[in-house]
Design a protein around this ligand. Structure first.
Ligand SMILES: *[C@@H]1O[C@H](CO)[C@@H](O)[C@H](O)[C@H]1NC(C)=O
Ligand SMILES: *[C@@H]1O[C@H](CO)[C@@H](O)[C@H](O)[C@H]1NC(C)=O
Length: 232
């Protein structure tokens, strides 16, 4: 698939706002009183489905054997770009402007059009050393932000969540970055997990984005075998 078709595909799939899909509301981590979730976009039409989101989260928290915190604060990290998301961002912005007790951050994720595994291995490894300098997604920053936020214990418990639109591709990329960096998952485990969130594999550009981060984390002894290719 060419780059242009790629962009078109993303644009088309991005404009489907279905509201909260409970199977995509996934508990990622918990530290102290705080929870971290990945999810698809809570935007449906012009409304922001905070109630449905909380319901789905409460279910997942109880399934994991924890108690849903009383009156938690919410912090949403949107991974959508401005271009594919004018309506999405508008609706979410509006919601959070009207709920100043909660927080909203925007961290656009693009993925990569270059597959590190298509390059000679020495070159992928070499480029990965400088990943934070040239990679526009720089998963170091967003995963660190999520981690610091999760670690910070305040009086009110926090529910932090990150989402794109489908809750699979860009969300899966950031999820993979987080679990490889902080929960010691391998690239293989992360990618296999992402690929079963929906009945399709994650888009190549998100996979390549995650793959680059695996090569980078290898320098710190994390991520395991970055050359893994799932067979399907
Ligand atoms: C903002 O919140 C108030 C109080 O909950 C509500 O009455 C109002 O309709 C909301 N406005 C928007 C634009 O959502
Ligand atoms: C991940 O690995 C590091 C280094 O071995 C260890 O200190 C840390 O506790 C591990 N974290 C988890 C969540 O397993």
């Amino acid at each position: 698939m060419g780059y242009k078709q790629f962009i078109l595909l993303i644009l088309l799939t991005s404009f489907v706002y279905c509201g909260v899909s409970p199977s995509k509301v996934i508990l990622v981590d918990k530290i102290g009183k705080n929870f971290l979730f990945r999810t698809n976009s809570p935007v449906q039409g012009n409304s922001y489905q905070m109630y449905e989101l909380q319901e789905a989260m409460a279910k997942k928290i109880s399934q994991a054997g924890y108690q849903f915190p009383q009156d938690p604060k919410f912090h949403s990290y949107s991974l959508v770009w401005l271009l594919d998301s004018i309506k999405q961002k508008y609706t979410e912005d509006k919601y959070f402007k009207n709920h100043t007790e909660y927080q909203f951050s925007h961290y656009p994720i693009f993925g990569s059009i270059v597959n590190p595994n298509s390059l000679p291995n020495f070159l992928a490894k070499f480029l990965a050393k400088y990943y934070p300098i040239w990679n526009h997604d720089n998963l170091n920053i967003i995963t660190q932000e999520l981690r610091d936020n999760l670690l910070k214990q305040e009086e009110t418990p926090k529910i932090i969540f990150f989402h794109c639109i489908a809750g699979e591709d860009r969300t899966g990329q950031v999820f993979g970055g987080y679990v490889m960096r902080y929960l010691n998952w391998t690239y293989q485990r992360s990618l296999d997990f992402d690929n079963q969130v929906e009945d399709r594999n994650i888009h190549d550009e998100s996979k390549y984005g995650l793959n680059w981060y695996c090569y980078y984390l290898n320098n710190q002894g994390k991520g395991g075998d970055c050359t893994y290719e799932p067979n399907n």
